[in-house]
Design a protein around this ligand. Structure first.
Ligand code: SF4
Length: 288
C-alpha cells in the first residue's frame, strides 16, 4: 500500500488485528491480554464516545462522513487501529504539561493550554494552546511519516478549518489572534528535528478577521448547517445515507467510522470509499 493510497478490501482486512507475539505461548497470550486492556480503554475514551462533533470534524470534506456522524449512525469500520490516536492523546497530555511548566519557569502566563472554546454554538471544542506573546492559536499534531509529508506539501482542509475554528473560539473570548499555527511533530521519528510549523493569518492588529480566514469560516458554517439539515432528514427517514454525497479520500476513508470496502462486494452496510460498486458507491451523486 502506498503512502496515500486507499486500501483495497484485501489491504483493509489485512490490517485487522492480528495475533500478537511473545517468546512463549504464555507470553503471546499475555501480549493479547495487555492489548485487550489498552484497546478497551481506548474504546471508552471521551473522544471515542463523544456524540457531538468538535472543530476537528467539521472541516472534513466528505458530506457523508459528517452527516453520518451527526446522525450517530452505527460504526461499520472495526478495523482501524486506535494505536496512533492513543499515542497522539498521550503526546497531547505531555505537551500540555510541558507548556504549563514553561509558564512556571518563565514566571509569566505566556501559554494557555487545553481551553474550551465555542467557535460554533453547537460545536465547541478544546483548543490545545494559545500563545499570548505571539497572539497565536496553536494546534499540536503528532503525525506519522506520510501525514507529515502531506502537511509539508499542503495541509489538509480539515486541519486548516479546525485551526481557524479554534482561532475564532479564542477571538470570541476577546483575545487577540494574529495567526493560527499548526505544529506538526514527527510521531514516529527518532528525533524532533522534523518538527514543522505551518501558519495562517487570522486577524489584523485591530482584530478584524482577514478576508481569506473569514471566507473559510463562513463556508464552514454554511456547510455545517447544510449537513445538519441532511442529518435531520436522515433521522426522519426521508433520506438514506447512501444518497448523501461522498468524497472518498485516500487518507480519510481508512479512519472513517463508516468505511467498509467489502460493502462494494457484498452490498452490506458501510461505505466502500473509493470502491466503484455497491450501494454506497455514489461519490459524485446524491444529496449534497
Ligand atoms: S468511507 Fe470515505 S467516502 Fe465513505 S463516508 Fe467515509 S470518508 Fe466518506
Amino acid at each position: 500500500m502506498t503512502a496515500f493510497a486507499t486500501p483495497s478490501p484485501d489491504d483493509f482486512m489485512a490490517a485487522a488485528p492480528k495475533s500478537v507475539s511473545g517468546s512463549t505461548p504464555w507470553a503471546s497470550r499475555y501480549a493479547a491480554e495487555l492489548r485487550r486492556v489498552i484497546l478497551e480503554h481506548a474504546a471508552r475514551a471521551p473522544r471515542t464516545l463523544q456524540q457531538h462533533l468538535g472543530p476537528s470534524e467539521l472541516g472534513v470534506a466528505c458530506d457523508r462522513q459528517v452527516v453520518g456522524k451527526m446522525a450517530a449512525l452505527p460504526t461499520t469500520n472495526h478495523v482501524a487501529d486506535p494505536w496512533p490516536s492513543i499515542v497522539g492523546t498521550a503526546c497531547h497530555a505531555w505537551a500540555e504539561r510541558a507548556f504549563d511548566a514553561d509558564n512556571m519557569r518563565g514566571g509569566l502566563l505566556r501559554w494557555v493550554t487545553e481551553t474550551r472554546v465555542s467557535p460554533h454554538p453547537d460545536h465547541p471544542g478544546t483548543a490545545d494552546l494559545y500563545d499570548a506573546a505571539e497572539q497565536a492559536v496553536v494546534d499540536h499534531k503528532f503525525l506519522g511519516e506520510s501525514s507529515m509529508a502531506k502537511v509539508r506539501k499542503d495541509p489538509p482542509r480539515k486541519y486548516v478549518r479546525q485551526l481557524l475554528l479554534y482561532g475564532l473560539g479564542y477571538w470570541k473570548l476577546g483575545l487577540p489572534v494574529r495567526r493560527v499555527v499548526l505544529a506538526a511533530y514527527p510521531r514516529t521519528a527518532a528525533t524532533l528535528d522534523g518538527l514543522y510549523v505551518w501558519e495562517h493569518a487570522f486577524a489584523d492588529e485591530q482584530g478584524v478577521i482577514v478576508p481569506e480566514a473569514l471566507a473559510a469560516l463562513e463556508s464552514t458554517f454554511a456547510e455545517t448547517a447544510h449537513r445538519r439539515a441532511l442529518a435531520d432528514e436522515l433521522l426522519a427517514g426521508r433520506l438514506r445515507i447512501e444518497d448523501v454525497a461522498a468524497e472518498p479520500d485516500s487518507s480519510e476513508c481508512y479512519f472513517c467510522p463508516f468505511y467498509r470496502p467489502q460493502a462494494a462486494k457484498d452490498g452490506g452496510a458501510g461505505c466502500p470509499g473509493t470502491s466503484t460498486q455497491g450501494p454506497y458507491a455514489l461519490p459524485q451523486g446524491g444529496a449534497s
